[in-house]
Design a protein around this ligand. Structure first.
Ligand SMILES: [Zn+2]
Ligand SMILES: [Zn+2]
Length: 499
């Protein structure tokens, strides 16, 4: 979620001035920034007290406290965005930062100064939530003990803050700052660039290209922002490497992702193979057996093989084109009729919010399920012995034979569902809890098991995802062409070719 919050704030930072100047007096602007910084933290304190009270009142039902904390986090992120987005859009805070002596003249520094209240606010929120987070995590740690697995002490305040900083904020902030820096540098040389290329919008194009470059190289940076190391040689590495070869999954390295044993999770990042990493947390390596780690690895491989990262980038590309088209077309409007401009900007902002809030969530949940199905297939491929009646290994003898390409091994589906449940349990997440990007764990495990029983449903699901991807691809092509037309790229190319 922090991803979207920071992304939107980043977009706002490229505005040259606030859209609504509701607060102009510098002292009032400072008061507004301070209030936006403190309010989320106060709400954080209130949420922590509720979580702890839940744990005290219902010690036998820890899921109540887990639910309160999860909902509280979502609410806090929305609040952070409203407060700090509000300060940037409605007050003179941004121009004020640009006018600070010395700092204002450098590229990037004014933007950094402008997001400082947000960063401070996030830090205060974490401080406020620490004891709630620790209490909920303690429940998960008791599960570790119960299973007879190694347990490390719950992380200290410093560890907790550092972990959150690296994984929630720096992970988005570093690429965003790189893009903003490129933006500031290019805009400084706007005139010479335009003159040299004879293309009025060459600077905007350059910033777009820089953003693309940042998206490609970011995994190589994040690998060092998060604490990671190469998965050591051993039976597990051999198994995963063999599996990667079978799946034709190309990646630079399989990494252990160090979280002090606190997080049981895996991830994959990188669009291009030389800068692509599969990450598995130390917690997962310590707590789960190799077959289940293979299941999770299969899920991550599914994201790569089904090109989900590329489609997410296309999704962002569509937004980028929309913003470019919008700002070109409303350029004159801002001078002619400022009120109408304000209304249009607000509507456009709402549209983007819907696109990211609802559509991205929907697409992401479909992609997660497709990766789950891939994980099940991977398990079958890895040689998991089949132990029950199954559409893949012992096709049903009814009149409706199923082509083996769609069938899933029901044992593999079962083991995969188990792995998902284990991940939820070990992380202190309720299996029924849903998030913006993921369906609930129970929903996901039911889904793969149902597909194993009904291969026809698997086919239908595949068609839905294919269609979704086609729509994204089509929308990206249309918006790219439209933006290119508005940026007069075609005209310039024709001009160059005719010379
Ligand atoms: Zn996933
Ligand atoms: Zn089977």
């Amino acid at each position: 979620m922090y991803l979207v919050v920071i992304g939107i704030l980043g977009l706002v930072l490229t505005l040259s001035r606030p859209i609504y100047r509701l607060v102009e007096d510098p002292r009032l602007v400072l008061v507004a920034a301070a209030a936006a910084t403190l309010l989320p933290a106060l709400v954080g304190v209130w949420i922590t007290r509720r979580v702890l009270r839940n744990l005290d009142d219902h010690p036998d039902q820890p899921s109540l406290a887990q639910g309160t904390l999860a909902r509280g986090l979502v609410f806090l992120q929305a609040l952070l965005m409203l407060c700090h987005g509000g300060v940037l859009v409605c007050t003179n805070w941004l121009p004020l930062c640009e006018r600070v002596p010395v700092v204002g003249k450098w590229p990037l520094l004014p933007s950094l100064l402008a997001v400082t209240p947000f960063l401070l606010s996030v830090l205060l929120v974490w401080l406020a939530l620490y004891s709630a987070d620790r209490a909920v995590r303690q429940i998960a740690l008791e599960v570790y003990l119960f299973r007879g697995k190694p347990v490390r002490p719950a992380w200290s305040l410093v560890h907790y803050l550092l972990y959150n900083l690296r994984h929630q904020v720096l992970f988005v902030l570093i690429p965003m700052l790189l893009i903003l820096a490129a933006h500031d540098v290019v805009m400084r040389f706007e005139r010479p660039i335009t003159r040299a290329t004879q293309l009025a919008y060459a600077p905007d194009l350059l910033v777009g290209l820089a953003a693309l470059l940042v998206a490609v190289v970011t995994p190589g940076i994040l690998r060092h922002v998060w604490i990671t190391q190469r998965l050591p040689d051993g039976p597990l590495r051999d198994r995963l490497m063999r599996l990667a070869t079978k799946l034709r999954l190309r990646c630079r390295e399989i990494l252990v992702w160090r979280t002090g044993g606190m997080i049981v999770n895996a991830a994959v990042m990188g669009v291009v193979a030389p800068l692509r990493y599969v990450l598995i947390t130390d917690g997962m390596l310590e707590q789960m057996d190799d077959t289940k780690i293979e299941a999770v690895f299969g899920h991550e491989a599914g994201h790569v093989k089904r090109r989900h990262i590329l489609y997410f980038l296309l999704f962002a590309f569509i937004s980028g084109c929309a913003v470019a088209i919008f700002s070109l077309r409303t350029h004159d409007l801002a001078r002619r009729d400022y009120t109408l401009y304000q209304v249009t900007v607000t509507l456009f902002g709402l549209l983007l919010a819907v696109k990211w809030g609802l559509m991205f969530g929907w697409v992401s949940r479909r992609f997660e399920r497709q990766a789950d199905v891939f994980g099940v297939r991977t398990l079958a491929l890895s040689g998991l012995p089949c132990a029950q009646p199954c559409a893949l290994h012992a096709p049903a003898t009814n009149q409706n034979p199923v082509p083996s390409g769609d069938a899933l091994c029901s044992t593999a589906a079962h083991v995969f569902a188990d792995a998902l449940h284990e991940v939820a349990l070990l992380n202190g997440i309720r299996p029924e809890a849903r998030s913006w990007r993921h369906s609930s764990i129970s929903g996901r495990s039911r889904f793969v098991q149902e597909l194993a029983l009904h291969p026809a449903r698997a086919r239908r699901f595949d068609r839905t995802v294919c269609l979704t991807k086609a729509v994204i691809l089509g929308a990206a092509a249309v918006s790219g062409a439209w933006a290119a037309y508005d940026l007069r790229i075609f005209a310039t190319l024709a001009h160059w070719l005719s010379i």
